[in-house]
Design a protein around this ligand. Structure first.
Ligand code: PLP
Length: 362
């Protein structure tokens, strides 16, 4: 079923996935803890279905304009999506994607499962030139953490004309800022752990398929892969995600406004060599003058900003990405990714400026 509701996203995120408004019915959907259900009903076994998954799937489907399926984590959704192409497939992917995706595709290439053509996805002509004979185009836009943008409306149709499946990780932009299914993408992937759930409290993922014949075929594969792979969401996580996603529009609006201010100020700070900010969204990446040690010292000096991994929560976080051995080498050693939260902008700037000033004084 197509999930276009006709409502604007800031309304759909609040109103979709509610129980029927019968007198006395709860306004929020309840959580169902069940491994099994009485026979001959809509639900059979907890690895195949659980009513608690459905509100989030409805909300996300309405926002993306497709059919959503929750998975146990963003990486479980990535693994199921990558599995849509078989052994021996050729995959075209951006050279600097999220490190989990990079590791997953590198391992598949090393083991002979896939051939991977790494491309600069911001270079549309070069990416199109790499599509012939390939089976899957993987997009992530903006990329994590270089914040590079792919021209999705140009790349998706070019890939589909050549028979490729097109998948786009929409974790950073969220469906409020970008709707890849409308641009011809077949499957959108999310780490729901980030902006959608929004409170750094759960790990969850999702795939959303296009309302097309091909989308429905791919959805059937994904349903099977979730049931047989068993990477299912826990009911409590799904319920918390349903609660968190309701405030997505206001959280993102606030964080985005603050991020634009901070990005401009960071660009004028003497301890910052380069600011990457795509002009939308609430992630900023900076390169700290003085290299990796200076970047680590700055991160450790913040009092308000959390030095921790992940992004998309209400609290501002930052970290130097190359502290992970799995981070692709396309990421500069001194790059610090900042996920801007919903705190007061001036308090955040005071903390950032003090931490960066301290780096200059060291
Ligand atoms: N995709 C992107 C862009 C991410 O940033 C992440 C996690 O950071 C993932 C996928 C994986 O999501 P999860 O951590 O929920 O498995």
């Amino acid at each position: 079923m197509e999930r276009e509701t006709g409502l604007r996203p800031a309304t759909a995120v609040v109103s979709a996935g509610r129980p029927e408004p019968r007198p006395g019915a709860p306004v929020n959907p309840p959580v169902t803890f069940a491994s099994t259900f009485a026979a001959d009903g809509d639900y059979v076994y907890g690895r195949s279905e659980n009513p608690t998954w459905e509100p989030v799937e409805e909300i996300l489907g309405a926002l993306e304009g497709g059919e959503a399926l929750l998975f146990a984590s963003g990486m479980a959704a990535v693994a199921a999506a990558v599995d849509l192409v078989g052994h021996g497939a050729t995959v075209v992917a951006p050279a600097g994607p999220y490190n989990g995706v990079h590791e997953c595709l590198t391992e598949a290439a090393d083991s002979g499962r896939f051939t991977v053509r790494w491309v600069d996805a911001a270079d549309t002509a070069a990416t199109i030139a790499a599509l012939d004979g390939a089976h899957l185009l993987w997009l992530e836009s903006p990329t994590n953490p270089l914040l590079e943008l792919a021209d999705i409306p140009a790349l998706a149709p070019a890939a589909r004309e050549r028979g490729l499946i097109v998948i786009c990780d929409n974790t950073f932009a969220t469906p409020l800022l970008q709707r890849p299914l409308r641009d011809g993408v077949d499957v959108v992937v999310h780490s729901v752990s980030k902006y959608l759930a929004g409170h750094s409290a759960i790990v969850l993922g999702a795939c959303v398929t296009a309302p097309t014949e091909r989308g429905r075929e791919l959805q059937a594969h994904l349903v099977r892969s979730r049931r047989l792979g068993g990477a299912i969401p826990g009911p409590m996580e799904a319920w918390l995600a349903a609660l968190g996603i309701r405030t997505l529009a206001v959280r993102l609006e606030r964080a985005t406004r603050t991020a634009a201010v901070l990005a401009a100020r960071l660009g004028r700070h003497p301890a910052v060599e380069r600011v990457r900010y795509p002009g939308f969204g609430a992630i900023i990446s900076i390169e700290v003058a003085g290299g990796a040690d200076a970047a680590d010292r700055a991160c450790a000096a913040a009092r308000l900003i959390s030095r921790s991994t992940s992004l998309g929560g209400v609290e501002t976080q930052w970290e130097r990405r190359r502290r992970y051995p799995s981070e692709p080498h396309t990421t500069p050693d001194n790059l610090v990714r900042i996920s801007v939260g919903i705190e007061d902008c001036e308090d955040l700037w005071a903390d950032l400026a003090r931490a960066l000033d301290k780096r200059l004084a060291d």
